[in-house]
Design a protein around this ligand. Structure first.
Ligand code: NDP
Ligand code: 8X3
Length: 252
């Protein structure tokens, strides 16, 4: 039987970093993705010191050629992967669509949709051949409900939901599982990236208790630990202070 091995994208921060730590603690070997190689190496050193086997994948998910080159060079690593956590992703801006930047739209679609697809496509033949694999996608509540200023980010997460459903249908009978995790507000670097401003990012979570990366890592670990015949299709996870995408209770 294959050893437990997870490829976690976006492991340099937030949910991905927390998931890497959690899965290392559960005995998974890891391949960690992200562009900031210094952060990947730091996490690798830390987790290896605690006994985990950790390799790094420092490519930009928007560059299909880099993904293909990495995967071609490391077919032996890919053949050992049992879990793919497609976590890397981002939102850029909250401008109205009539004012928004086409470049921001490209970055979101290229990362959240095309990057996820390109890497997943590389792993699927191994999962199917091994009759063993679990794709965990990071969707969002934004993949179910649209909000003003979020149209294209939401579209990218609606796409993740559709891709998750399509994968589950096409993989039926192979033993490969597909789960879409759909969080509400999680305090990570997400809002700093979105606004490019620490102060604006802090304000997003002011007076409420958001989810943490570790909360989502916990949920992912639970989905992975279900018996092989159980597939969690999707999970929406809100902080208790958030009732809907546009409804947050602030205790101030
Ligand atoms: P963070 O900004 O903290 O982390 C995002 C991660 O994605 C980083 O590790 C970053 O690494 C990686 N990443 C971004 N662009 C690329 C790229 N082009 N190539 C490779 N890696 C990339 O955000 P979160 O942890 O919050 O976000 C993780 C996922 O969860 C995203 O898909 C997000 O949409 C989703 N999500 C987040 C929510 C939230 O409220 N925070 C709620 C619902 C879903 P690096 O910059 O080093 O490349
Ligand atoms: C991130 C959650 O509500 O900011 O996916 O879009 S939200």
């Amino acid at each position: 039987m294959l050893k437990k091995c997870a490829f976690v994208t976006g492991a340099t921060a937030g949910i991905g970093e927390a998931t890497a730590r959690r899965l290392a603690g559960e005995g998974y070997a890891l391949i960690l993705g992200g562009r900031r190689k210094d952060r990947l190496e730091k996490l690798q050193t830390e987790l290896q010191a605690a006994g985990a086997q950790v390799r790094i994948a420092p490519f930009d998910l928007r560059e299909r050629a880099s993904i293909e080159e990495f995967c071609k060079t490391h077919q032996d690593w890919l053949s050992e992967v049992t879990v793919l956590v497609n976590n890397a992703g981002l939102a850029m801006g909250t401008e109205k669509m009539q004012d928004a930047s086409l470049d921001d739209w490209d970055v979101m679609i290229d990362t959240n949709v095309k990057g996820l697809l390109a890497l997943t496509r590389q792993l699927l033949p191994h999962f199917v051949k091994n009759k063993n694999g679990h794709v965990v996608n990071l969707g969002s509540v934004a993949g179910r409900w649209v909000y003003p200023g979020g149209g294209v980010y939401c579209a990218s997460k609606f796409a993740v939901r559709a891709i998750s459903e399509g994968l589950r249908m096409d993989l039926a009978g192979t033993g490969v599982r597909v789960t879409n995790i759909e969080p509400g507000m999680v305090e990570t670097e997400f809002s700093v990236v979105r606004f490019g401003d620490e102060r604006k990012a802090k304000a997003v979570y002011q007076g409420m208790t958001p989810l943490s990366g570790a909360d989502i890592a916990d949920t992912i670990a639970w989905c992975l630990s279900r018996p092989a015949h159980v597939n969690i299709q999707e999970l929406v996870i809100y902080p208790t202070d958030q009732a809907h995408v546009g409804q947050v209770h602030r205790h101030t």
